[in-house]
Write a protein of this length. Structure first.
Length: 164
């Protein structure tokens, strides 16, 4: 009843402590150790690998900045995050320091965006033309069927319309 809580010694606390020790060991050895553990987890027990992969993504262990000692040794010193889309998108518009290259890059990106818009417009027109062609074919078939039914005399076995 005093304000002091007794230390946990149950099996769950021992499992949690073991997982914490494993996490610390993997962190000390860097991202390659995490990836290796994830791959081995997939090979042996796929839910374990899936769990490790999800844990790595949620805690940011894919980023190089999570391991400063390993990032300094990397041959990709400018790259801070390997699998993060935002990082590559952010670096696209950052100045390289070379104004001629930056102008060339801006012009090329603008040209590619214009080409993409033109191609998407072309695809939209192509879809519309195909839809119109299919609709016209449907209407022609419907008109042909209606014309055939109108020219074919009604059989005498059927009662006249409205008659019961």
């Amino acid at each position: 009843m005093g304000g002091h809580a007794a230390p946990r010694t149950g099996p769950l606390s021992r499992i949690g402590e073991g997982l914490g020790n494993a996490r610390d060991w993997l962190d000390r050895h860097g991202r390659k150790a995490w990836i290796t553990a994830t791959v081995l987890g997939f090979i042996t027990v796929w839910p374990a690998g899936l769990g490790l992969g999800a844990y790595m993504l949620m805690t940011g262990r894919f980023s190089r900045s999570a391991y400063p000692d390993h990032a300094a040794k990397s041959r990709f010193k400018g790259e801070t995050q390997m699998f993060c889309r935002r990082s590559s998108h952010r670096n696209t518009f950052r100045s390289s320091g070379n104004t001629a290259f930056d102008a060339y890059k801006a012009d090329t990106l603008k040209r590619l965006e214009d080409e993409q818009e033109a191609f998407e417009g072309f695809l939209q027109r192509l879809r519309e033309a195909k839809d119109k062609q299919e609709f016209d074919r449907f209407m022609d078939e419907r008109a042909t069927t209606a014309a055939e039914t109108a020219t074919t005399p009604a059989s005498t076995d059927e009662p006249a319309r409205g008659a019961y």
